[in-house]
Design a protein around this ligand. Structure first.
Ligand code: ZN
Length: 538
């Protein structure tokens, strides 16, 4: 049997417990046949073998990001980019909408994203009347950079049948003109989500999804951006039905250069129950192992649910999107019985304990072997949380580079002590809790190598170390983004290490991260990404 691809003269870090180092990898089709020294594998080359001489470059397993929002990111190029670096005045915002009206037939949605109210030079948002003046016939929806707010024009309100009589939803509000109570067009929290987000509205949003062929093409294009930073797999943390179909479309046609594990929002749990689609379905391209349940808010948005209040505002304990423990218990139990991982978004210690209570009850009432429930983000932990996670076999997916990205907010919001203990990669490892690497992109920064740098150094951009006790080794940091992420979707037997029989997913780096200054790991370049034995980048 001859290899289809033979990699030689490489410095290979297989991250396999049995094979510490190697020079050569032989691949047949999409699987690894053998890993060893140049001489051992040379005989596997035949006349049709593609031989890649890597002249000493470093090869690692392809990176797997255990929590990000790839389907959301894929839609970015389909929307007007209103981020402050592009558009910083109301006039520019209106201009870009006006020019869009010329490209789209009347009645089509104009969608924008990324405006930041604190960075618009006029010091205010555009009014509904201003939006109507440039777009009287097209409905307009512009989504805030945080995704937790939006502004819309009159045609959009009409499409949503929203008017002065519409009550505010739980967890959100329609901003109104004083006196008349008429809607200004600004939507906050759940009012915005119900308007535009399929995931959060449970499919009852006003803005329709993009057309199916457009969604598929956008996924295929966006995957190339991830391949460029060495990513071969993601866990997409919220995949509603329109994107289950789109992932299916792209994978069926063998066009997606990315493997995806889809976490399905609990809003569709009853549909899964109705059709009897039990957990861990799909294949190595598109799989679903988990049901996503969002309990609390965001770390950077100051809405994580905390037992002790925020440092800058001790009265404030953050937000619980599901405040009723009984409701969380029921959701977890239903996901558990259906064979899914309950993937509970919980940042603050208060929310994490509620998640653990629910998991504990489900596992006590209906014991299931190796359920691998997950706490997404799992930012603020303590000794008792770690002990309970360990004994329940719960997996954590903390932010790899939030410390780097949000350093200026963390200490003022949470105080130095709590900031130092956040993203507790080392505590998880030391306590025997399974933990995987995650970016939360596009809310977080994408490159896994930056995540590795941040976990290894705990340094923020100014050079200050925050939480030295949470530093982990280079080897462990790479395992977070490979083996441990594969474990988090029950795929450690086919992914996450360069081992015989595993999928041939790998990344080639220009430098050895083990021999690079830790502060510079983020600057290492990805020279090549191989997916299932095929070069997908460059
Ligand atoms: Zn997320």
């Amino acid at each position: 049997m001859k290899a289809t691809l033979l990699i030689q003269n490489a410095r290979i870090r297989p991250l396999d417990d049995k094979i510490r180092e190697a020079e050569s990898i032989a691949v047949i089709g999409d699987r690894i046949l053998a890993v060893g020294m140049n001489g051992d594998l040379a005989g596997l080359a035949g006349p049709d073998t593609r031989v890649l001489d890597l002249s000493g470059r470093v090869v690692l397993p392809g990176f797997i990001d255990a929590h990000q929002h790839f389907s959301t990111f894929s839609q970015f190029p389909l929307q007007l980019n209103l981020s402050p670096s592009k558009v910083d005045t109301i006039a520019k915002m209106l201009d870009s909408i006006a020019s869009e009206t010329k490209h789209l037939p009347p009645g089509e949605w104009i969608r924008g994203r990324g405006y930041d109210h604190t960075k618009i030079k006029d010091g205010r948002l555009p009014s509904r009347a201003e939006l109507d003046a440039v777009s009287p016939l097209h409905p307009v929806v512009l989504v805030h950079v945080s995704a937790h707010g939006a502004i819309v024009n009159s045609e959009a309100l009409r499409r949503g049948r929203l008017d002065v009589k519409t009550p505010d939803p739980v967890g959100g509000k329609y901003v109104r003109f004083p006196g008349t109570g008429e809607l200004t067009g600004e939507l906050v929290g759940m009012a915005a989500f119900n308007f535009y987000s399929e995931n959060m509205s449970g499919g009852r949003m006003v803005v329709p999804p993009f057309e199916r062929p457009i969604r598929k093409k956008a996924l295929i294009e966006a995957a190339k951006i991830l391949n460029k930073v060495g990513i071969t797999g993601v866990h997409d943390a919220s995949v509603a039905p329109s994107y289950i179909t789109s992932y299916h479309d792209a994978c069926r046609d063998n066009l997606l250069t990315l493997r995806v594990n889809m976490l399905i929002p609990y809003q569709w749990l009853s549909d899964l129950e109705r059709i009897g689609l039990v957990g861990n379905w799909g294949n190595e391209w598109a799989r679903s192992t988990g049901v996503k349940i969002v309990i609390d808010g965001a770390i950077a948005g100051c809405t994580a649910a905390l037992k002790d209040g925020y440092s800058h505002n001790p009265e404030d304990h953050g937000l619980l999107y599901i405040a009723d423990q009984g409701e969380i218990d029921q959701l977890v139990r239903r996901a558990h019985i259906m064979g899914y991982q309950a993937c509970l978004h919980a940042n603050g210690d208060l929310a994490i304990e509620m998640a653990l209570d629910a998991i504990e009850k489900a596992q006590t009432d209906d014991p299931r072997p190796d359920p691998r429930h997950r706490i997404e983000h799992c930012t603020m932990v303590n000794e008792s949380i770690l002990r309970r996670m360990r004994s329940l076999g719960v997996i954590a997916t903390p932010f790899a580079s939030y410390l780097w990205q949000h350093s200026e907010k963390l200490v003022p919001y949470y105080g130095l002590k709590r900031a130092e203990a956040m993203f507790a990669h080392k505590s998880f490892l030391d306590s025997g809790v399974k933990v995987a690497g995650a970016s939360d992109h596009p809310a977080g920064l994408l490159p896994p190598l930056l995540g590795v740098q941040s976990m290894v150094t705990r340094k923020i951009p100014s050079g200050v170390v925050v939480g030295a006790e949470q530093k982990i080794s280079v080897e462990e940091a790479f395992k977070m983004y490979t083996r441990y992420a594969a474990y988090a979707s029950f795929e450690e037997k086919i992914k996450g290490s360069l081992s015989p029989g595993h999928l041939a997913d790998m990344v080639v780096l220009d430098r050895d991260p083990w021999k690079t200054k830790p502060e510079e790991i983020g600057e290492i370049s990805v020279e090549m990404t191989i997916l299932g034995g095929r070069i997908v980048y460059p």
